[in-house]
Design a protein around this ligand. Structure first.
Ligand code: COA
Length: 167
């Protein structure tokens, strides 16, 4: 078995200056704002680093979230107690550098986020994502997410759906 070429870890002192995913707001956030969000503990950021070069190939942010039950797709609400909201982990941003796109790294980062949520000592019912546009939403639907009832650019997947993939 070959060793995986990327390590996915908490953002540290990696060089972020030439990250380019093709979506300027996601590049700008990663270069200029992410450090502040980490320090303020409003989100965590994990990076996929190419082992041979140390280059950042992709990143995602992860934070705690609360999802109103009224926003859940109907089939997700069937066996839920009558609470107004359920706890979730939110992938706020996800981006792969252009040089590394098309290698299934985006899906690997989604799975990595799910793994962290499953391992958390705080209960997480679902993984939610904010898609920046319809194309990004299609990427998440391809990975098993369903749109919120109130917003097509917010999507959700029960955390249990990832357990089997990760076991
Ligand atoms: C969207 C993005 C994260 C995809 O990451 P990636 O590692 O390049 O993804 P890949 O091209 O290797 O595709 C992985 C799988 O997703 C599918 N996929 C990729 N983009 C898709 C899209 N827009 N719609 C539907 N499926 C898509 C691929 O067909 C592939 O499927 P397979 O594994 O069944 O063969 C990446 O292109 C990116 O960072 N784009 C710019 C920023 C962005 O759009 N971020 C989205 C979150 S806001």
């Amino acid at each position: 078995m070959t060793d995986h070429p990327f390590e996915i870890r908490l953002l540290g002192k990696e060089d972020r200056s030439d990250f380019c995913c093709g979506a300027e707001p996601l590049d700008r956030y990663f270069k200029t704002q992410v450090g502040q969000d980490l320090r303020r503990r409003v989100s965590a950021c994990y990076v996929a680093v190419e082992k041979t070069t140390g280059r950042v190939a992709g990143y995602y942010t992860l934070s705690a979230a609360d999802v109103p039950v009224s926003d859940l797709p109907v089939d997700m609400t069937r066996r839920l107690p009558r609470y107004p909201a359920v706890p979730a982990a939110r992938i706020g941003r996800l981006a792969i550098d252009r040089r590394f796109q098309g290698r299934r790294l985006g899906g690997a980062l989604v799975l990595n986020a799910a793994m962290r949520a499953l391992r958390s000592e705080i209960a997480v019912f679902a993984l939610v994502v904010d898609a920046k546009d319809d194309e990004a939403a299609a990427f998440y639907r391809h990975h098993g997410f369903n749109a919120f009832a109130s917003s097509p650019l917010q999507l959700i997947a029960p955390i249990e759906t990832f357990r089997m993939l990760l076991d």
